[in-house]
Design a protein around this ligand. Structure first.
Ligand code: PSV
Ligand code: MN
Length: 387
């Protein structure tokens, strides 16, 4: 017996956005493997994302990456998504695959290249207006490889100026979300390496500028839940890019490498008011499926987030607070761990069935014939890759 009944209602409406690129082929710098049934168009990616939603009820929107997902008519793409039962979500800009950006985009010393990068973001805002998207997510590959290569301070100042220009274009109902990453593709420094830099930059812009926390973008051992707590406390946690990692930015299935870390993060999200209908925090996956099937990979991912959310909701907060205030170190720890070790899988299966969803979405997908159908139908054409 668990206290699941007490938290069941709070799971209602949980939404996890899927990245369009998770459905394309992906790999490492050594090899990108093709798989049968991989989408050949943005429309097919959206159909796959909608399939994840159909089997889980957890993934009502899809994030796009521009220009990877460029189409001529975004209104039509929006209608296509709606026909499939999903919405278009976050628009991710891309300033990392053009030769002009070799030494930076929004931070570049050359004003013409900075303007080109700013114009790309303006184009992304036009896309958002057509798709009805709320968030413009900026992740910058800007950085340097060698000490002395670049003027760190000058780049930070130019970044602030470029971001302010983009922010001025953001609509009243839209947000600018700035993602940080401590390394890669640059190795000596990146221009937005950590939450503090992202926080400083977005704070200078205004209320509609917030931070994106990608769980794979920290040094090993970083206490990510502390950052979650702090950003929520400061009112600046805009969104998550969920994934898991063993070594670097591995982009593996969220909750696979370290379920306990996901639990700790979700506990702080709930504790800090970041979960539920009153919260603006967006939950997104940012993953690649290099060797596993992509649709089941995404189904597994959203289920992992749901399962850890349920467990985090089960923490007896009153008992925890009482133990914390009494200085009962092991008592407080036990309250925390009791929730973490609670197996909610059977309760969640029943919860899904009550809502007309399959009790076991992984099995239901495997038995649905969808995979066989796309493998048979999607022959010819060029399979899409992560880029
Ligand atoms: C960068 O590593 C990142 O996490 C950013 O979110 C990008 O938009 C995404 O990966 C896809 O390359
Ligand atoms: Mn990311």
């Amino acid at each position: 017996m668990t206290d699941f009944a007490a938290i069941a209602a709070r799971l209602e409406g949980q939404a996890i956005e899927l990245p369009s690129w998770a459905f394309g082929n992906s790999g490492t710098r050594f090899k990108v493997f093709g798989t049968a049934g991989t989408p050949r168009s943005v429309e097919e990616k959206i159909a796959d994302a909608a399939t994840v939603h159909r089997f889980t009820g957890l993934a009502p929107s899809v994030a796009l990456h521009i220009p990877w997902d460029h189409v001529d008519d975004y209104g039509k793409l929006r209608a296509h998504a709606a026909d499939h039962g999903v919405a278009l979500g976050t628009i991710n800009s891309n300033t990392f695959q053009d030769d002009d950006y070799k030494f930076g985009a929004l931070t570049h010393v050359d004003p013409k290249i900075r303007q080109k990068a700013i114009d790309h973001h303006f184009a992304c805002i036009d896309v958002m207006d057509a798709t009805g998207s709320r968030d413009l997510k900026i992740w910058l590959a800007d950085g340097s490889n060698y000490a002395g290569q670049a003027d760190l301070r000058g780049r930070q100042d130019r970044l602030a100026e470029s971001l302010a220009t983009i922010y001025d274009r953001i609509g009243d109902d839209q947000r600018l979300v700035l993602e940080y990453k401590f390394f890669e593709p640059a190795f000596y420094h990146t221009d937005v390496p950590d939450w503090g830099t992202s926080y400083a930059q977005v704070s200078a812009l205004g209320d509609r500028a917030v931070v994106c926390l990608d769980t794979g973008h920290h040094a090993p051992g970083t206490n990510i839940e502390f950052i979650v707590m702090q950003l929520l406390r400061l009112g600046k946690l805009g969104s998550f890019d969920f994934n898991s990692r063993y070594y670097a930015d591995d982009d593996l299935i969220v909750g696979s490498a370290d379920p306990f870390q996901l639990f700790r993060i979700l506990f702080e999200v709930i504790r800090g008011g970041g979960f539920g209908p009153d919260s603006d925090v967006a939950f997104m996956l940012d993953q690649c499926h290099n060797v596993e099937d992509k649709i089941p990979g995404q189904i597994r991912s959203v289920l992992n987030v749901q399962e850890m959310t349920a467990r985090a909701l089960l923490v007896d907060r009153d008992a925890l607070a009482a133990a914390q205030e009494a200085g009962d170190v092991l008592g407080a720890h036990q309250v925390f761990m009791d929730a973490f070790y609670t197996d909610v899988r059977a309760d969640l299966a029943a919860w899904r069935e009550e809502r007309g969803l399959p009790a076991d979405p992984m099995r239901a997908y495997a038995e649905s014939g969808y995979q066989e159908q796309i493998e048979a139908e999607r022959v010819g054409g060029t399979q899409l890759s992560w880029n």
